[in-house]
Design a protein around this ligand. Structure first.
Ligand SMILES: *Cc1c(COP(=O)(O)O)cnc(C)c1O
Length: 215
């Protein structure tokens, strides 16, 4: 990748308290050689026409001219989150792993989409790329379609009903009626977003409390 655009709103901040993002430019892309696609970055009469063109553009155009700058307080929140990132991620991943494997064995559960599930489609890939830790956002499809999903979510007490992911607190949402409500039913089906599918973002609470809540 020449450029990585990353949301620090999620795990980096970790507490659902600040909106922010990061642009990492490796200064490896040859803008001048691709002037037909990026004329504003390859313009030889400006200072943009070099490998750092994109970084300069983001700094001087987006930040300096338009003011898309993180406020000091939001930067402070993000910095505090970063200090516990490694600790939090260990617990996020361990909790999710235990819950996903447990959920897959429960009556009333049709399927669990979690890359760390042995025998699953992406298991080998996840082992190789993530060393056995497969993140803490996954989905579970419960029996009973929309009504089944509604009953499941309505009975959760520890999990909050929330759109965010990567929060220290566990969150649940029904994509079919929220994030993906504007998709046609055919498109949702093609994407594997079944009526009974619930997305979970597993937090860092006691895994016993989380298991009891899901049960
Ligand atoms: C991710 C997310 C956003 C957007 O944050 P970005 O940093 O732009 O990705 C906004 N609201 C909610 C609820 C989110 O989960």
């Amino acid at each position: 990748a020449d450029i990585v655009v990353h949301s620090s709103t999620k795990f980096l901040g970790g507490h659902g308290a600040t909106l922010s993002g990061i642009v990492v430019d490796g200064s490896t892309f040859d803008w001048a050689a691709n002037a037909d696609r990026y004329p504003q970055l390859a313009d030889a009469e400006t200072r943009w026409g070099e490998r750092r063109a994109f970084e300069q553009y983001v700094r001087f155009n987006q930040l300096y001219d338009f003011g898309a700058t993180l406020s000091p307080f939001n930067a402070f929140l993000l910095q505090q989150g970063l200090e516990t990132l490694s600790l939090r991620l260990e617990r996020h991943a361990a909790n999710a792993h235990e819950l996903a494997l447990w959920l897959a064995e429960q009556p009333g559960v049709e399927s669990v989409d979690y890359a760390g599930l042995p025998g699953g489609r992406d298991f080998e890939l996840a082992q190789r790329l993530y060393g056995g830790r497969s993140g803490s956002v996954f989905s579970v499809t419960v029996e009973g379609g929309l009504e089944g999903a509604r009953t499941f979510i309505d009975h959760l007490c520890v999990f909050s009903r929330m759109t965010n992911i990567g929060d220290t607190r566990s969150l649940a949402i029904h994509p079919g009626t929220t994030t993906h409500v504007n998709f046609t039913p055919e498109r949702r089906a093609a994407l594997g977003i079944h009526d009974g599918l619930v997305r979970l973002s597993v937090g860092i609470e006691s895994v016993e409390d989380l298991r009891a809540d899901l049960a």
